[in-house]
Write a protein that binds this ligand. Structure first.
Ligand code: NAP
Length: 247
């Protein structure tokens, strides 16, 4: 039951940034637990990659917006591997609409997944890291939580909330040697962008100083660093990975 490797729990790890984070943390020597709505395909190259590195991977089917599902998933993981050293909160959705047309469901869905989901996962994992007197938590926010974005009152409010949660949790867990940081990506090539109109994409790319969208590895490598011992004196930070889109 006891696992000598570090164990990383990655929400939203079946796709996009989360899948890349899972692979990079496996490269860094962690066994990986993916918590997501649906299991990645068995032939998925990300899973194959993790196993080919000699690391274990397990899948926890859960909805981050349901606290009881999160608690059960965390209990399952601890009974299986005995520890959780790293939590990366990547699960996220968006439901864009201008506020005068946004319905209650669009507002609640995004707040429930993108903000409450981060709260439920951090709350479930905190006692385990406090007891271990070490750990690293990285929450994926967004530059739109720092600057706002037309059509994203729900998403920007949730992602700004993640920053407040991150800074507060950094204060609460610091004495137990647990670091808590946020990464705020700009426009990153993932399946979440599939519904973005071509005009919106071109407008966004025009804002990026480096003149191109980011890749999942650009975010994943920052997360890998923040979860490593090299970042042991960094906590309560929000690090933008956006090619200069925010400034
Ligand atoms: P993605 O490819 O859609 O990955 C998100 C993953 O989260 C998917 O596997 C998704 O499952 C899962 N998920 C959604 N709702 C969930 C729930 N309630 N419970 C558990 N899992 C859930 O998106 P991504 O671009 O990698 O996004 C990862 C994070 O980065 C998100 O928090 C996003 O807001 C943030 N971000 C992304 C960008 C960008 O440009 N891509 C920019 C800034 C911030 P389904 O596919 O089944 O929905």
């Amino acid at each position: 039951m006891d696992n000598p490797s570090r164990v990383a729990l990655v929400t939203g790890g079946s796709s996009g940034i989360g899948s890349c984070v899972a692979q990079l943390l496996a490269r860094d020597g962690c066994d990986i637990a993916v918590l997501d709505l649906k299991r990645p395909n068995e032939s998925d190259s990300a899973l194959y990659h993790i196993q080919s590195l000699g690391k274990q991977v397990c899948f926890l089917e859960a909805n981050v917006s349901k606290s009881e599902e999160v608690n059960t998933a965390v209990e399952t993981l601890v009974s299986r591997w005995g520890r959780i050293d790293i939590l990366v909160n990547c699960a996220g959705i968006f439901r864009d609409q201008v506020i005068w047309k946004m319905n209650d469901e669009q507002w609640r869905d995004v707040i429930d997944v993108d903000l409450s989901g981060v709260f439920y996962c951090c709350r479930a994992v905190s006692p385990i890291m406090r007891a271990a007197k070490k750990g690293a938590i990285v929450n994926i926010s967004s530059i739109n939580g720092m600057r706002g974005k037309f059509g994203q009152t729900n998403y920007a409010a949730a992602k700004a909330g993640v920053i407040g949660l991150t800074k507060t949790l950094a204060r609460e867990l610091a004495r137990r040697n647990v670091t808590v940081n946020a990464v705020a990506p700009g426009l990153i090539e993932t399946p979440i962008l599939q519904n973005m109109s071509e005009t919106a994409r071109l407008d966004a790319v025009a804002e990026i100083l480096l003149g191109r969208t980011g890749q999942v590895e650009d975010v994943g490598e920052m997360v890998s660093f923040l979860c490593s011992d090299r970042a042991r004196f960094i906590t309560g930070e929000v690090i933008r990975v956006d090619g200069g889109q925010y400034i």
